[in-house]
Design a protein around this ligand. Sequence first.
Ligand code: ADP
Ligand code: MG
Length: 345
Amino acid sequence: MTERAPDAVTQAKASPGKSSFSLPGVERIPPLDDLSGDRSRSTPEAAQVTTPPSAVLEEHGDGHEPTHGDSSATAAATSAPTPFQRPLPRTIAIANQKGGVGKTTTAVNLGACLAELGYRTLVVDLDPQGNASTGLGINIRDLQASMYDVVLNDLPVEDCVEATAVRNLFCAPAALDLAGAEIELVPAFSREMRLRRALEAVRDDYDFVLVDCPPSLGLLTVNGLAAASEVLVPIQCEYYALEGLGQLLRNVQLVQRNLNPRLELSAMVLVMYDARTKLADQVVHEVRDHFGEKVCNSIVPRTVRLSEAPSFGQPIITFDPTSRGSIAYRSLAMEVSGGAAQRAG
Ligand code: ADP
Ligand code: MG
């Protein structure tokens, strides 16, 4: 076992808030100004408003009232604009080339909560593992069509879209053969723009399209970034949270310069926050120091219920509607949508 990291971790825990605390990888992160995309379509007045930190995300245990039920559309219409609001429709790539950092959990649960707010939402599963699809109750071994056919065989997206148990929430599922797409795409014509072309056809059918990217920076992720107007990056509240992030952001920049000038890094979401560790707080501070307004106020706690929900094929808001995970993802959906009026449906 190497002695390299534990020292730093112990030190970080022993001296909370010390300014010398620094996460590995932070020095390789490019300037954020380069990642703002072509924002001519943004709403400057919305960008001024900041949301107060969400009280619901404090460690209160699980005994609480749900914030809203079926009157969710009203909730969307009455919540304040936030720095994360953008004109609808929005296509958001959820990316981070590390595996196990909460991309899929965020795609599924942010998607479900946006749908609950009344937004027609499509989760596009671009990961051959198909976790977003199974997490939404779809049996990926039993599919007539999947994102593989969309990306490789020009199948219209709507031909593979499946409804889910949540009203307004749809999924374009992945199947295991999507793993081959990474290689099969290499000689394909317009190989980086396949998803973008496919999604253009359903642009008016959804308010939000969330693309769950695989844990790599290969052609599938490039397709996700080329199709999106925004990138949302989940960041684990862990010591190595920022390692590799520089590389992701440089890739975002490359896609922005060469394929998709409107792409912007719009939001970073702190996930798997464990209030019992001082390190988690230090990561939160460091990430906020570095990324400022890009970091959502809503923080997703590490909870067993969030990790159990996918095995029941359900998002957290149907699996355990009053759990801390539900509250956190609802809060995130309010923040990301900024209460924009629904457009589709
Ligand atoms: P990725 O898509 O980035 O690979 P996942 O969303 O699949 O990551 O998450 C990795 C694992 O961590 C999964 O088993 C998931 O259930 C679990 N997980 C994700 N978010 C949380 C959380 N907030 N609390 C507890 N477990 C979580
Ligand atoms: Mg995943």
